[in-house]
Write a protein that binds this ligand. Structure first.
Ligand code: GLN
Length: 491
């Protein structure tokens, strides 16, 4: 491995040590990353900075570091947040015009938890509007570009998070994953990301898209860094999130080095069928071979309802979104139309102006599938199949400890390629949706390059609460290979 020469070359783990040994101060670190992020504004990754707030946090980290008694794991490490997390010192737009300039009176729990471990907030990151999308082209604030090839999308909806980490504008970032939005952009940008078990990380202060699916998680360059971040982010928040799990925070980094000898990784036939691009297949299969060298046993399994996850997700997620987004009425907060007649006219104009096309499409689909006469045919049916998808995983986990496959059927596509074809974009979510519907933890690990030298990610899915095992498997792979060390030209 190359010796880090510049601050942005350090991983989170390495940077935390440099800070602790006082080789560099938190203020210098924050200034370095702020400058670098501003210098690479062409990527469109950041939506907001607040230099004063960032430096203030860095100064208190330095004070704690100087005292030498602090135990916080991320003391002085800059982290940027997807703009779906509400923040007091930064705007929180959720990528929507509806929330242009919005500042929350409180910080999201995930933000609070990371700050409690000493992380310094560098800024807010671009994302698809209300996290709806797979390419970051649905943001009201413009698209994000993929640092590996700026004519291509970074993936979505956490596209700003993935691009910023891949371009080393920040050592790590938060994201949210409803149907793949951490795993798929991590895969498209050649970095590592993990979505924990539903309920592990609090949803309090995360602008809601589909509440039964939304989960927060980290994006970073290594599995080790993801473990450090995830340990800080997770934990019960029972008073504020009714679906928060009452399970104490874990130290996911503790089992990173465990041996993989005898581990059984299930390989679902449905993830390697027609529709999977040959380059992606080759990269994922090469990574599976590496696992065999590490003593892993590959087990053929089947997830028979994989295909159904697309229609099921695109009924349930819009249904929940249509309900969640009803709060944006121009009365309580957010955008309000400037000129209107009566109340109904005010609602109509406010929502027509404030929401983008994809959000409107989903509100209409969601309202339709929940309406009298269609509820049983669509929504109820989708809920039943969702249960069956979850059951299929439980069957599979009788034969294996983890499941591996591709994250997405292809590498990152060109900007604009799917923007006029929502169904083409929905279909590309096929491999990430099943774990989301089942509430299982899943991650993306870089496994080399495919067509046009674009990164390929391998997905690892674990049984409920098996994040430690996932991170352990990803870390051991990263110890044995160097795919995660590749960096985009010019960054
Ligand atoms: N691409 C999926 C969608 O558009 C997933 C998005 C997400 O996980 N937030 O809904």
């Amino acid at each position: 491995m190359k010796t880090p020469t510049e601050l942005h070359d350090y991983s989170v783990a390495e940077l935390a040590i440099q800070l602790r040994q006082r080789k560099v101060s938190a203020v210098e670190t924050a200034q370095h990353f702020l400058k670098r992020s501003r210098d690479h504004a062409e990527l469109g990754a950041f939506l907001d900075f607040n230099e004063e707030a960032t430096l203030e946090q860095a100064r208190s980290a330095d004070a704690a570091l100087a005292a030498g008694t602090a135990t916080a794991a991320l003391l002085g490490v800059p982290v940027a947040h997807k703009d779906i997390f509400v923040t007091r010192d930064f705007v929180a737009t959720a990528g929507s015009k509806m929330l242009a300039g919005y500042r929350s009176p409180f910080d999201a729990t995930v933000v609070v938890n990371l700050s409690a471990q000493g992380a310094v907030t560098l800024g807010k990151l671009n994302c698809d509007e209300f996290a709806m999308g797979s390419a970051n082209e649905n943001s009201a604030y413009g698209p994000v570009k993929n640092p590996w090839d700026p004519s291509r999308v970074p993936g979505g909806s956490s596209g700003g998070s993935a691009a910023a980490v891949a371009a080393r504008l920040v050592p790590a970032a938060t994201g949210t994953d409803t149907g793949g939005s951490i795993r798929q952009p991590a895969s498209f940008c050649g970095i590592t990301g993990i979505k924990p078990t539903y309920g592990r990380a609090s949803r309090y202060g995360m602008v809601a898209f589909a509440s039964s699916l939304d989960q927060a998680g980290p994006l970073a360059r290594t599995a080790e860094d993801c473990a450090l971040l995830l340990s800080a982010m997770c934990g019960p928040d029972l008073d504020r999130d009714s679906t928060s799990l009452d399970i104490p925070a874990e130290k996911f980094e503790r089992s990173l080095d465990d041996s993989l000898v005898g581990l059984r990784i299930g390989v679902p036939a449905e993830f390697f069928g027609e529709g999977l691009a040959a380059d992606v297949r080759a990269a994922v299969e090469a990574a599976l071979k590496e696992y065999e060298k590490l003593g892993v046993k590959l087990v053929p399994i089947t997830l028979p309802r994989t295909e159904l996850s697309i229609p099921v997700y695109y009924v349930i997620a819009p249904a929940e979104a249509s309900s969640n987004l009803s709060r944006f009425d121009g009365v309580k907060f957010g955008h309000r139309a400037g000129h209107y007649g009566d109340l109904i006219d005010m609602y109509k104009k406010t929502r027509s102006q404030g929401f983008g096309d994809e959000v409107k499409r989903r509100i209409m689909i969601g309202t339709y599938v929940l309406s009298h006469g269609y509820y049983d045919a669509y929504y109820l049916q989708a809920q039943k199949i969702r249960r069956m998808i979850a059951d299929d995983f439980q069957q599979a986990f009788k034969q294996c400890d983890l499941i591996a496959g591709p994250v997405a059927p292809t590498v990152a596509w060109k900007l604009g390629d799917k923007s006029d074809d929502p169904v083409a974009s929905y279909l590309a979510d096929i491999f990430t949706l099943p774990a989301s519907l089942a509430g299982l933890p899943g991650m993306s690990v870089p496994v080399g390059f495919g067509a046009s030298d674009m990164p390929v990610g391998m997905q690892l899915i674990g049984d409920y609460l098996q994040e430690s095992r996932l991170l352990n498997a990803a870390h051991r792979l990263q110890q044995a290979t160097d795919w995660h060390l590749a960096r985009p030209d010019g960054f």
